[in-house]
Design a protein around this ligand. Structure first.
Ligand code: IMP
Length: 194
């Protein structure tokens, strides 16, 4: 396989997946398939939403389709924002609003434990053929640090490090992140396919 369609319009996810896979595989995303439009992600789990995205897109192309549903789960908030990470402060909320709400909800809270979760779903011709889950544990800090990455990265320090995902070099994040862990499983699965 030398090209892969990822069922996302999130350019940050595509960029990370491309960097993790390396230059031998060319990663395309939904920006090349605008006819797909908005996909309603109304499942209650990361797995469910990842499957909705991969199956929907694989009905429109003969190619193998990979989707990524991911988010941040905070212990003291009973797993929130979780599957609502992109829309935590409301359906049309910006990431600035989502991060501000997270900090507000954790004000005075000493338990800062959190984990990023990524579920990848692989589908072909309308059928899920595999799913993979990756997690990266860490903690939420009190104020943003760093300019890199995306989403909640400036608020998250992975366990074993002293800098946020937004401060660490991209190669470091892409070696340890929830997405990297799930992608390693996907690559192992891919290498077993004929
Ligand atoms: P999805 O597109 O429904 O999977 O939403 C994923 C949301 O989770 C993103 O919009 C981010 O807010 C958050 N998220 C997922 N992965 C990351 C990451 O690697 N860094 C920071 N935030 C992330």
């Amino acid at each position: 396989m030398n090209s892969l369609l990822v069922a996302t319009a999130n350019a940050h996810k595509t960029e990370e997946i491309q960097k993790i896979l390396g230059p031998e595989i060319s990663v395309q995303d939904l920006r090349t398939l605008p006819e797909v439009g908005d996909i309603v992600e109304d499942a209650l789990t990361f797995e469910g939403n990842a499957n909705i995205k991969s199956v929907t897109v694989s009905n429109l192309t003969p190619d193998l389709v990979l989707s990524d549903d991911s988010g941040l789960c905070v212990e003291a908030l009973a797993g929130a924002p979780g599957i609502r990470s992109a829309r935590y402060a409301g359906d049309d909320a910006t990431m600035e609003e989502n991060k501000a709400l997270l900090l507000q909800n954790l004000k005075g809270e000493s338990d800062r434990r959190a984990a990023f979760v990524c579920v990848l779903s692989v589908a072909r011709k309308g059928e899920v053929v595999a799913t993979f889950r990756g997690e990266c544990a860490g903690k939420i800090i009190d104020a943003e640090q760093g300019e890199g990455g995306f989403g909640y990265d400036p608020l998250f320090i992975p366990d074993g490090y002293t800098e946020t995902f937004a401060e660490l070099p991209a190669e470091v994040k892409n070696g340890i992140s929830h997405r990297a862990v799930a992608m390693q499983q996907f690559q192992a699965w891919l290498s077993l396919q004929s």
